[in-house]
Design a protein around this ligand. Structure first.
Ligand code: IMP
Length: 181
């Protein structure tokens, strides 16, 4: 089966294409520069984006929106994670958390799939903590500062682990199950 993934992020595409490929689903990338809807709700953002992607390509297509939700910051950056990454980066997040007792956080991904008739959603969450300092060189975005629950390394230090337990992995797993004949 062939499917389109509309994204401007090559890292996301790489992770998704590798996962789907192992399950016999060939993903092609629809380069998609899109001004994201402002909302506190990942599903709402993904819904608007997949409608827009479908209106461009007219074929079954999926998008995904991801956020990092930090407890001590009342869920910030959350759905504003792309903006925060650009403006303050991992350094800025670590600064905001200096002295914080609670460093818990989670990543959440919401996939929205437009099959030509209707839109379906698939979510995945990965809990963890924010490291004291950035560590590792693999992955992208917040990977160097995110330590998944039950593991000592950051996602950027152990990308194989990330690909087997991450928010994206979990949402893609549900999505791929829904595509099974
Ligand atoms: P968006 O889903 O494209 O809005 O991305 C939100 C922000 O989170 C971007 O700055 C991404 O770099 C970052 N991000 C998305 N997915 C991941 C991930 O799996 N690991 C680390 N950072 C991520």
């Amino acid at each position: 089966m062939d499917i389109l993934f509309a994204t401007s992020n090559p890292h996301k595409f790489e992770e998704a294409a590798a996962f789907l490929g192992q399950r016999g689903i060939r993903a092609a990338r629809l380069p998609f520069e899109h001004r994201e809807l402002r909302s506190d709700n990942l599903e709402e953002i993904a819904r608007e984006a997949v409608d827009s992607a479908y209106s461009v390509c007219g074929k079954p297509v999926f998008v995904e929106d991801t956020g990092l939700f930090i407890t001590a910051l009342n869920g910030f950056p959350g759905t504003y994670s792309a903006w925060a990454q650009k403006k303050i980066g991992n350094k800025g997040i670590l600064k905001l958390l200096s002295g914080a007792g609670d460093r818990s956080a989670f990543f959440e991904t919401c996939i929205a799939y437009h099959d030509g008739k209707s839109v379906s959603f698939f979510s995945g969450r990965c809990a963890g903590t924010i490291a004291e300092a950035a560590r590792g060189t693999s992955g992208f975005g917040y990977d160097p500062i995110f330590v998944p629950e039950g593991h000592p390394q950051t996602f950027a230090e152990n990308i194989l682990l990330k690909n087997n337990i991450s928010h994206r992995y979990k949402s893609l797993l549900e999505f791929s199950k829904s595509l099974e004949p």
